[in-house]
Design a protein around this ligand. Sequence first.
Ligand code: NAP
Length: 249
Amino acid sequence: MRLEGKVALITGAARGQGAAEARMFAKEGAKVVLADVSDQEGISVASEIAESGGDAIFVHLDVTNESEWDSAVRSTVSSFGKLDILVNNAGIWRRGHVLETSIEQWDDILDINAKGVFLGSKAAIPEMRKAGGGSIINISSTAGLVGSRTSAAYSASKGAVRIFSKSTAIQYAAEGIRSNSIHPGPIDTDMGDQVWPDAESKERTMNRVALSRIGTAEDIAYGALYLASDESSFVTGSELVIDGGVTAQ
Ligand code: NAP
């Protein structure tokens, strides 16, 4: 198994990509802590993993809250002994061109998508040091690589995640802590339903994908699995684009 003996904390794990990563990591032998603001859904994904023979628990975590981060990391270590892998996956998307974006909307998006990644890294790195190394996987977006037609604040937050991942990578490489970003294209999740709410906008989105389909949560989880495992031990500060060819054009 590719993650045998490893302990992973995944944010936004109650649904979508985070839930797919939790299921896949557990299947590959990791002990998994699912963290989210959606308690009921998170508990039910953790129970489903445990019922099928995996090791998983759920913790309540709002990624914008520093003290909740401290307690999530403490629960991880008290339940499973250490922390090797952090997937900063939780995120929100809200529509808005520059002129339509309120300060409140900007702050909400930047707080969850960017500050959440900073706080998570800050909480996890001391435990990764104790474990002798670790892997931080930050879920950015193709909107962190190129400008967005639909959301200025979302794109800014994901650009911040991209470059923050590289700073983390170079600052902690000497201690065996790796940090990489993943840049998903359009993925079929609840967030996807917000971005393309009707058949016509879905069709438009699909037409921009060279591989002519919307991605699945598992398409991203396979990338996260690689970055979490020792197979990627020479990979840090990199950007893994999983977008069906959207940004290749
Ligand atoms: P999703 O289905 O909306 O799932 C996101 C999860 O994060 C939800 O369970 C959500 O809970 C949770 N969450 C929101 N705010 C949180 C907070 N403050 N603290 C902790 N958890 C919080 O989205 P997804 O598509 O799986 O997205 C996962 C990541 O991929 C995000 O970072 C997203 O920006 C990125 N991404 C997605 C796409 C796409 O097309 N889907 C493309 C590129 C990048 P609630 O729903 O209860 O708020």
